[in-house]
Structure formats: structure tokens, C-alpha cells
Design a protein around this ligand. Structure first.
Ligand code: FAD
Length: 422
């Protein structure tokens, strides 16, 4: 019977531990927090978007980094696999807009509870408040000279023996949940390549802080956005919801944009254009403005804007339009009105940088997939060492795809690590 230590009790670690134990291994799950799955509690705004009930092609289209690496793990354990497993743990699930799967209860804690139930029935030993400090290897007895796993040393100095170690310690995002990069630094120390890491699915800082600060908290629904580089090349377009924050822009649209323009923004600031009236063309908007201005002839420009814009946007909009906010509407010229139309269709902001790991849904980059066998998740450099979840250089768009990566890779690592040595 293989002795397997799983480091990290997040989504991938719990899955790996359940499967390794159900497949016949003696499993010890180490989690440095006081409870399992701390990150799961905050996923999907506390509701946990468990997976996406899409077809196979859509899944791979939504994996941004190294989708090909996911072919084997996803074919071994896909979205239906995690739904079946969680059902076995007593969880009832529902499908929402965009095929997003959530617990019927809308409580992320119920996902962790189902996993906990499966861990208990698989008789996985769990140690909480238990931080791994070092992965132990030995080179003895291996004909090919490859080092192999011998155990894990804990922060308290205790050394635990193991035949296999599965590293499920996450990336660097939301470090407050426990993912502080242990797996990445240990991989580097052991001579395994770790690709450049940076935050992804993360808000942006913008240059126009004076304007956005005024609009802080404003959510714009049903808008179109376009992100272009300095040569006007379109890098991202999307339709949906965005949010203004005290430093810049966030919300589903902007998080998705960050996953696709993150490399470009490192080089130079990017231009963001927000179409506030995507359903209307310029001519229709102009006609509407003419009617509005006729109806409100003696009103000030700023007071008339309240009929077409959210309250907190009026002052910034008026300033950018270059028209005196106190000007009477009947004094607004045709050229000025044309400017208003353009601004409604193309409200300008400058994206200067991504926010940090503290606010990032995921980490881009990680343990190089070139050095991990996709059929087993075993390191090609160290025998008996496995990686699963966000620690790997694989990431996806929002919609349940990142947790699916954790479930699929956790499953494969758990299964493979349980197979006894020949
Ligand atoms: C706000 C937010 C919302 C999200 N919402 C969704 C969503 O709805 N759907 C979706 O698909 N994805 C979502 N994600 C992404 C998803 O949560 C992650 O991709 C996923 O949790 C990664 O799982 P993991 O097991 O690899 O890592 P983690 O969940 O980060 O787990 C790693 C665990 O390892 C432990 N650990 C670290 N170092 C050590 C050590 N040295 N010793 C012992 N334990 C250690 C940590 O404490 C932690 O519990 C969201 C992420 C965030 C931040």
C-alpha cells in the first residue's frame, strides 16, 4: 500500500486525497489553515461555481494557458465526473446561465461539506494547522539516477515518510486563503521549472483616477467594452457587466479582459472604450438627444444627463465632454451634441496595469507543464512527486473552468499516486 501525502487541503488536494484513498493508498492530507477549503468558501461570491456543464470543445476553448495539457486529465475526469462525485457526497446541484453549475443551496460551504464527507468515508487522515516546510527526496537505489520522494518535513521539524507526495498548494492569488506559493518555491528548489507568474482574472488600475473615484461602486450592466493597444489593434471585446472601483475597473467583463490582455499591458498602457448604449446606433442616440434637449430646453446640461446616465457618472461624463455642466441645454451646439453621442458610444479610459495577487482570482504561470506527465501529473524530474491544481501553469476564464482544472488534475494525481510500485 502506497503512503501518499497530499499537501494542501483546497479543491485539488481534497479531490486527490479522496481518490488516492478510494484507490487503495494510505493517505495523509496536510492543511496549514484551521479548516479545509478556505478558498472554496469565497468562490462564486460565496456560491461556488463548481464547474461548467459545457461540451468538451467549449471547455478547452476556455482554458487560456496550456489547454492541450488538459486533454488527458479532462478525459479521465470531466465536468460530469465532479458532479457525480459531489452527488455521492450528498450535494445537490443546479445549472444556471452560461452552463454554470452551483450548489442548489447557493452555499459554497456545502461543496466543502460534501468533500469532507467523502474524505471521511474514504478514511483519509487529515492534519489541520499543519504546514509543510520541505519536500524530502532521496537519490538512492534509482538506476536512472532520478531522485525520488522520501517524505515531507513540517514547519515544526517533524519528518513524515511517504512514497508519493502530491503538491496541491495553489498559486499566489488571494494569499489570505493560504495559497502563498509553497509549491512553486519548492519546485524551483528541487530543480523543476516554474514559469513566470502573474495575476490573472484581476481588476485593472486606470490612469483617470480622478474620474473613476467619483464613480466608485457603480456597476454598468449590458455595456460593450473594447480594449486596444497603442496601434489600435483590438485585444479584447466583450458585452456584459463592469464595475468602477476607487483605483480603476473590475467586474466580470474586466476580469475576463485581464486574462487576455495581461501580457500586453506589461509593455504599455492600453485603451479601454466603453459603449454605454450598445443597442443603439449613433443616429438613434442623436435623435433621442434632440428630443431630450427640446423637452428640457431651459435645464442645465448636467441635470439633463440624469435621464441617460447613472447619477455618479454625470460629472465625469460632463467634464470629459468638454461642455460646461451648467450650460443651458438650448445653448448646446450640434458639434457639442455630436461629441456627446461619440462619448456615449465610446467612453474612454486608460488601463495602466493589473492589480496584484491579493485581488486576483487566479495565478497565471506555475510549474511548467513540460515537466509534468499529463497522464499522471507526476513530475518528469522527481519520481513520486505529483502536482495538481493552480500550482500548475494552467489557467482558464471564469465560469467554473478553474475549479474544473483543480478537480481533473487532482483526480488524476490521486489515482496515479495510489498505484503501487512494480
Ligand atoms: C475570489 C475567488 C473566486 C473564485 N471563484 C471561482 C469559481 O466560482 N469557480 C471556479 O472555477 N474558480 C473560482 N476561483 C478559482 C478557484 O478557487 C481556484 O482555481 C481553485 O481553488 C484552486 O484550487 P487549488 O486546490 O489548486 O488551490 P487552493 O484552493 O488555493 O488550495 C491550496 C491549499 O493549500 C494550502 N497550503 C498552501 N501551502 C501549504 C503548506 N506549505 N502546507 C500545508 N498546506 C498548504 C492552502 O492553505 C490552501 O488551503 C475563484 C478564486 C477566487 C480567489
Amino acid at each position: 500500500m502506497n503512503k501518499v501525502i497530499v499537501i494542501g487541503g483546497g479543491a485539488s488536494g481534497m479531490l486527490a486525497a479522496i481518490i488516492a484513498s478510494e484507490s487503495g493508498a494510505e493517505v495523509l492530507l496536510l492543511e496549514k489553515n484551521e479548516k479545509l477549503g478556505k478558498k472554496i468558501y469565497i468562490t462564486g461570491k460565496g456560491r461556488c461555481n463548481i464547474t461548467n456543464a459545457c461540451d468538451k470543445d467549449t471547455f478547452f476553448e476556455n482554458v487560456v494557458s496550456n489547454p492541450k495539457f488538459m486533454y488527458s486529465p479532462y478525459s479521465q475526469f470531466d465536468n460530469a465526473g465532479i458532479v457525480r462525485l459531489l452527488e455521492r457526497g450528498g450535494l445537490k446541484m443546479k445549472k444556471e446561465r452560461g452552463n454554470r453549475v452551483f450548489p442548489v443551496s447557493d452555499h459554497a460551504s456545502d461543496v466543502t461539506a460534501a468533500l469532507k464527507k467523502l474524505l471521511d468515508s474514504a478514511k483519509v487522515k487529515t492534519r489541520l494547522n499543519c504546514e509543510a516546510a520541505e519536500i524530502l527526496t532521496s537519490g538512492e537505489g534509482e538506476p536512472d539516477g532520478k531522485p525520488h520522494i522520501s517524505g515531507v518535513k513540517l514547519l515544526n521539524g517533524e519528518a513524515l515518510e511517504a512514497d508519493r507526495v502530491i503538491v496541491c498548494t495553489g498559486g499566489l492569488s488571494y494569499p489570505s486563503t493560504g495559497s502563498t506559493g509553497f509549491g512553486l518555491s519548492e519546485a524551483k528548489r528541487l530543480g523543476i521549472t516554474v514559469t513566470d507568474t502573474r495575476p490573472s482574472l484581476v481588476p485593472f488600475n486606470v490612469r483617470e483616477t480622478n474620474y473613476v473615484e467619483e464613480m466608485q461602486g457603480l456597476a454598468l450592466k449590458n455595456v460593450s467594452v473594447r480594449v486596444t493597444d497603442s496601434k489600435n489593434k483590438v485585444l479584447y471585446t466583450g458585452f456584459g457587466e463592469m464595475l468602477f472601483t476607487h483605483f480603476g475597473v473590475s467586474g466580470p467583463l474586466m476580469l475576463s479582459a485581464s486574462a487576455l490582455v495581461g501580457d500586453e499591458i506589461r509593455k504599455k498602457p492600453l485603451s479601454l472604450r466603453v459603449d454605454l448604449k450598445p443597442a443603439l446606433d449613433q443616429e438613434t442616440i442623436d435623435k433621442r438627444l434632440v428630443r431630450l434637449f427640446e423637452k428640457n430646453k431651459n435645464k442645465q446640461y448636467k441635470n439633463t444627463l440624469s435621464e441617460i446616465l447613472p447619477k455618479t457618472m454625470i460629472h465625469p461624463f460632463a467634464m470629459i465632454s468638454g461642455i460646461d455642466p451648467d450650460k443651458k441645454v438650448n445653448e448646446i451646439t450640434k458639434t457639442e451634441r455630436d461629441g456627446i453621442v461619440v462619448l456615449l458610444k465610446s467612453f474612454p479610459l486608460t488601463l495602466t496595469s493589473l492589480r496584484g495577487f491579493e485581488e486576483a482570482v487566479i495565478t497565471r504561470g506555475g510549474v511548467s507543464v513540460k515537466e509534468v506527465d499529463p497522464k499522471t501529473m507526476e513530475s518528469k524530474k522527481i519520481r513520486g512527486l505529483y502536482f495538481a491544481g493552480e500550482v500548475l501553469d494552467v489557467d482558464a476564464m471564469t465560469g467554473g473552468f478553474n475549479l474544473q482544472i483543480a478537480w481533473s488534475t487532482g483526480f488524476v494525481a490521486g489515482k496515479a499516486a495510489s498505484i503501487s510500485k512494480q
